[in-house]
Unconditional design. Structure first.
Length: 105
């Protein structure tokens, strides 16, 4: 059983028990619950598929916030040729780690 849900600007494919990183939610605290109620597609155990127009009525996904995490550092190097101009920058993207508890249909 899995569900495709809309989370702000992205679509996520979620399965029960799965742990994944989503874009940072600074207001979410570790141990709190998130409810994704904009379910666009739901595939059940028996193989039937419910497609929403635009959302499946009565379906939601409950997830638990595990922690706030940072990805590995990305190094960016920029330069302009023949100008003696170079710059090196770094960036660590922040994510929220969640664990899917259940899919309600």
């Amino acid at each position: 059983m899995y569900a495709i849900v809309r989370d702000r600007s992205r679509c996520l494919t979620l399965r029960a028990g799965e742990e994944l990183w989503v874009d940072c939610m600074p207001e979410a605290q570790a141990g709190s619950e998130l409810v994704f109620d904009q379910v666009q597609l739901l595939k059940k155990e028996d193989g039937s598929v419910a497609v929403g127009t635009p959302h499946v009525d009565g379906a939601s996904v409950v997830a638990e916030v595990v922690s706030q995490v940072k990805d590995k550092k990305i190094h960016v190097h920029t330069f302009k040729r023949r100008k003696s101009s170079e710059r090196r920058m770094g960036h660590r993207q922040q994510y929220t780690a969640i664990r899917v508890k259940e899919i309600r249909s």
